[in-house]
Design a protein around this ligand. Structure first.
Ligand SMILES: CCCCCCCC(=O)SCCNC(=O)CCNC(=O)[C@H](O)C(C)(C)COP(=O)(O)OP(=O)(O)OC[C@H]1O[C@@H](n2cnc3c(N)ncnc32)[C@H](O)[C@@H]1OP(=O)(O)O
Length: 201
C-alpha cells in the first residue's frame, strides 16, 4: 500500500480512526432531525444561493451526527455530455460531509477526501446524499458519505470517506481574501456571520 493511503505509524489506513478515537457527540443546540440547515454562506459553491453555477445543495439534520442532502445535477455541472463531472460529485460529497461539523459546533476543514464513483450520474438526476461522523480523535473527525440516484433508496452512485481537521476562525481570517472576509464579517445578520465561519467554506 502506498504512503498516501497509510499512516506513518504501523500501516493503518489514514482514514481509519485510531484505537483511542471516541464516538462523535451531537451538540445540545444542534437542530432537530429533519430541520433544513440552509446555506452556511450565500457565496458557497456547495450550498450558496448566490452562486449561479453552484450546487445549491439542500442539507437537513439527521439523527446523531448525521445529515441528509439533495443535489440536482444541472447542465453547468457536466463533464462528459449529459453526465455530471466527477469533481462536482466530489464537491457534493465534501459539502454534505462538511455540514456534519455544524451539528458538532466545531470549526473544521477537509483534510482528506477519498471518493468512489460507482455509477454515472446524468444531468437532471437528483443525488440523494447522506453522511455521518463515525469517530473523533483530538482535532480529527472521521466521516463517511454516499449518494444514491433514482430516489433515497436507489442504487449508490458515489461514496466517500473523509478526515476533517478542527481549526480556529483564524484559518479563514488569515488565509481568505480580505474583501470576502470583510464582507462576510460585516453582515448585519449575526447568524450569517457565525455560520460563514463556523463551518468550513
Ligand atoms: C456546510 C459545510 C461546508 C463545508 C465545505 C466543505 C469543507 C471544505 O471543503 S474545507 C476546504 C478544503 N480544505 C482546506 O482548504 C484545508 C487545507 N489544509 C489545511 O489548512 C491544513 O492542512 C489542515 C488544517 C487540514 C491541517 O493542518 P494543521 O492544522 O497544521 O494540522 P496538522 O498538525 O497538519 O494535522 C492535524 C492532524 O490531522 C492529520 N492530517 C492532516 N491532514 C491530513 C491528510 N490530508 N490526511 C491524513 N491526515 C491528515 C495529521 O496527520 C494530524 O494527525 P495527528 O494529530 O494524529 O498527528
Amino acid at each position: 500500500m502506498s504512503s498516501a493511503t497509510t499512516s506513518a505509524s504501523g500501516g493503518r489506513p489514514v482514514l481509519a480512526p485510531p484505537p483511542d478515537a471516541t464516538e462523535p457527540v451531537r451538540h445540545p443546540d444542534a437542530p432537530a432531525p429533519g430541520t433544513p440547515l440552509g446555506p452556511h454562506y450565500d457565496q458557497c459553491f456547495g450550498c450558496g444561493d448566490d452562486q449561479p453555477y453552484g450546487l445549491h445543495l439542500a442539507v437537513r439534520a439527521g439523527e446523531g451526527v448525521g445529515v441528509t442532502a439533495e443535489f440536482t445535477v444541472r447542465p453547468a455541472h457536466q463533464g462528459a455530455p449529459g453526465l455530471a463531472h466527477g469533481g462536482v460529485l466530489a464537491s457534493a460529497l465534501d459539502e454534505t460531509l462538511g455540514s456534519l461539523n455544524w451539528l458538532r459546533r466545531v470549526i473544521a476543514v477537509t483534510g482528506r477526501l477519498e471518493s468512489d464513483f460507482l455509477r454515472p450520474v446524468p444531468v437532471g438526476a437528483t443525488l440523494h446524499l447522506s453522511a455521518r461522523c463515525t469517530a473523533v480523535a483530538g482535532r480529527k473527525m472521521y466521516a463517511s458519505a454516499e449518494g444514491r440516484i433514482g430516489g433515497p433508496q436507489g442504487p449508490v452512485a458515489v461514496r466517500a470517506q473523509a478526515l476533517f481537521v478542527e481549526v480556529g476562525v483564524s484559518h479563514f481570517t488569515s488565509n481568505g481574501r480580505p474583501e470576502e472576509i470583510r464582507a462576510a464579517m460585516s453582515d448585519p445578520d449575526q447568524v450569517k456571520v457565525v455560520r460563514a465561519f463556523e463551518v468550513g467554506p
